[in-house]
Design a protein around this ligand. Structure first.
Ligand code: ADP
Length: 635
């Protein structure tokens, strides 16, 4: 054998040195090459040949499909065809797969492919041992250990003592069945009953299998043909058999496991193909002369886990080196990539959400603290404003108190005169009550303005709020000899705002106007407050006849701390703008025709905000901004 491969390698080398072209290889198989087992094997061979550094081999596939058609009658014609086909075609290597191809090559290679080395694969070890191979032949044999498959059945089903051996009635099928029966007969202690079911049509086979109980084990060999002459690929019988059977079915072809076979000492066609391809490319390269000494490929215990649950079998009974395939589907196993990605995404999301929540909590705490401080500041600013109004407030309260005092004196006089005039005393008391109420009103108004309260937005009528706020500015205007003219035309429509903040706007603007009119001629000292309805909302205009805007400062008026006054803080207008923005409005200052200043403020309507989905949604933002408002103290 060794000598043969040396010659084979030499021949190949000699040929290749003359022709620097890709090697020509004949892949010759007795079986149909498109049955899964053959396909797996052929693909593995092709892969190795393509990977060969010899520019990739040019491969010619030849087959007789003798298992299904019967090779005996066809061989003379097939031989004639092969001779004709390869008469003028140089061949570098013939790979014969299976017994028929091996037999044909041994007998006819000198006529069909003269001088070409031959590599036989998928040929049983014992078959080879009975033949002497011509020079130039090498082999990749295999071994099917039927006894080992039977021992796996015995391990998994120790209670089963009856054996059914299933196969077709083509020659190859019958040969395999005979082998299994012979092997089982050697183990009478385990297999007391052995039945051969050969050539049964599939439906009958299914019917019989369905009747078997757990005392039976089934070995399936091959089925190329049934007794009615119907042809199969052996794998095609596996799924229908598995479907009908309640007992395990054993066998030795790896492809069968895909279709539900339970277990077996498996001969791996892919491994065979890979090994054959390796040896073939080694021969084509002219190296590795030891290839002919290759041992038969081993059979390995393989078990189909997906059947174990259905048939109530225990994995622990399997030999320890058994490979487990087809685990039952589990979401994690089936979609491992997706599940891992999903878990990753979930984890990342959770971390992000946790970080965002912490951030939000911290921001809210900071906002709340800042809001509280700003609220305090705003209140302090209102207190300062009230300080500015103190003279007029003193007057406002002093007047009714003085009147009460006078009325008290008058009542005293009346009561000491006799007869006392009860009706007049009643009138005096009514006056006292009215004056007391007036004084009380001033105090209530101030208390409302200065009370420590949180900002509260609601739908409100602007004209009404302005009217209610008038008493806050009127006394100061009177004190400064300024006439206040109010022309409110916004009607019943509502804005969404905070009453105290709106009052603060009015106070800030009115006091600025009063300051600006300090040197205006008394008869021109008019402070106009008006409202009107626009498409976009309500416009509030505060206009005066003061000294007008400071030159070149129009753009800076609303900046915090901008002031032209000796003791000003420069916060009043910036607070007005902050409040306006918190109400989704805007404010603007301009020179007034004929002298003075016009400050106009536009506030959107409540309905409009609701339609835009802003009301309520931006509440926090409003609170935040509004909390920061307050009028600065003026001296
Ligand atoms: P302050 O009143 O403390 O100065 P403000 O922010 O209220 O702060 O006003 C900023 C500046 O804007 C004032 O100093 C003044 O120069 C100008 N200003 C405000 N209102 C008027 C007005 N009605 N007429 C003229 N100038 C004004």
């Amino acid at each position: 054998m060794f000598r043969g491969v040396v010659v084979l390698a030499w021949l190949v080398l000699a040929c290749r040195s003359f022709a620097a072209e890709s090697p020509k290889v004949v892949l010759f198989t007795g079986a149909d090459p498109i049955q899964p087992a053959a396909l797996v094997q052929l693909e593995a061979i092709r892969k190795q040949l393509d990977a060969s550094p010899l520019q990739g081999a040019e491969v010619f596939l030849e087959t007789l499909d003798g298992f299904r058609f019967g090779s005996e009658n066809l061989t003379p014609e097939f031989l004639a065809l092969m001779k004709k086909k390869y008469a003028h075609q140089h061949v570098d290597l013939v790979i014969g797969l299976g017994n028929y191809a091996a037999d044909f090559s041994i007998k006819n290679h000198a006529e069909v492919w003269p001088g070409a080395p031959v590599l036989l694969s998928s040929v049983p070890e014992d078959w080879l041992s009975q033949r002497s191979l011509p020079d130039g032949f090498s082999t990749v044999p295999y071994r099917i250990d039927v006894a080992k498959t039977l021992s796996i059945a015995q391990a998994l089903q120790p209670e089963a003592h009856r054996l059914v051996v299933v196969g077709g009635n083509a020659d190859v099928d019958l040969r395999f069945v005979k082998r299994v029966v012979e092997a089982a007969e050697k183990n009478k202690a385990q297999w007391s009953v052995i039945e051969e079911w050969t050539g049964l049509p599939l439906n009958e086979l299914q019917r019989r299998l369905a009747l078997l109980d757990r005392n039976w084990a089934v070995v399936y060999t091959t089925m190329y043909r049934d007794r009615d002459g119907r042809r199969y690929f052996p794998y095609q019988a596996v799924a229908p058999m598995v479907e009908a059977s309640h007992v395990p079915i054993y066998g030795w072809y790896s492809v069968y496991l895909k279709y539900g076979l339970t277990a077996g000492a498996v001969y791996d066609m892919e491994e065979n193909g890979r090994k054959t391809g390796e040896v073939a490319s080694s021969v084509l390269r002219g190296g590795h002369v030891e290839v002919s000494a290759l041992p038969a490929l081993p059979e390995r215990c393989v078990a189909n886990l997906s059947e174990f649950d259905r048939l109530g079998l225990s994995v622990s009974r399997l030999p320890s080196a058994c490979r487990l395939v087809n685990p039952p589907p589990s979401v994690f196993r089936e979609y491992r990539g997706t599940v891992v990605t999903l878990l990753g995404v979930l984890l990342a999301q959770s971390v992000t959400i946790a970080a965002l929540l912490t951030q939000r909590r911290q921001r809210r705490r900071a906002e709340a603290e800042a809001g509280e401080r700003r609220n305090d500041l705003a209140r302090a600013a209102r207190l300062a404003t009230v300080g500015e109004l103190s003279a007029s407030i003193a007057h406002e309260v002093g007047q009714p108190l003085g009147a009460i005092l006078s009325n008290a004196d008058a009542a005293d006089l009346l009561l000491t005169s006799s007869p006392a005039n009860a009706e007049e005393v009643h009138e005096i008391l009514a006056d006292v009550r009215r004056d007391a109420l007036r004084a009380n009103e001033v105090v209530v108004r101030l208390r409302a303005l200065l009370a420590k309260q949180s900002v509260s937005f609601s739908a409100m009528n602007l004209d009404e709020t302005l009217t209610q706020s008038l008493p806050l500015i009127e006394p100061e205007a009177r004190r400064r000899c300024i006439t206040v003219k109010m022309l409110l035309n916004a009607g019943n429509v509502k804005i969404f705002g905070d009453r105290v903040q709106i009052q603060q706007i009015l106070l800030n603007l009115a006091l600025n106007s009063m300051d600006a009119m300090q040197h205006t001629a008394p008869d021109e000292r008019v402070l106009s407050i008006s409202t009107r309805l626009l498409d976009s909302g309500i416009e509030l205009v505060v206009a005066d006849r003061g000294h007008g805007l400071p030159a070149g400062a129009a753009t800076r008026l609303f900046e915090p701390f901008f002031t032209t006054k000796a003791h000003g803080m420069g916060l009043g207008l910036s607070i007005v703008r902050a409040i306006a923005e918190a109400h989704h409005g805007r404010v603007n200052a301009a020179e007034r025709n004929g002298g003075g200043t016009v400050i106009s403020l536009t506030l959107p309507l409540w309905n409009g905000l609701r339609e835009a989905g802003i009301e309520g949604g931006s509440r926090t933002a409003m609170d935040r901004t509004v909390n920061s408002t307050g009028r600065a103290a003026k001296s």
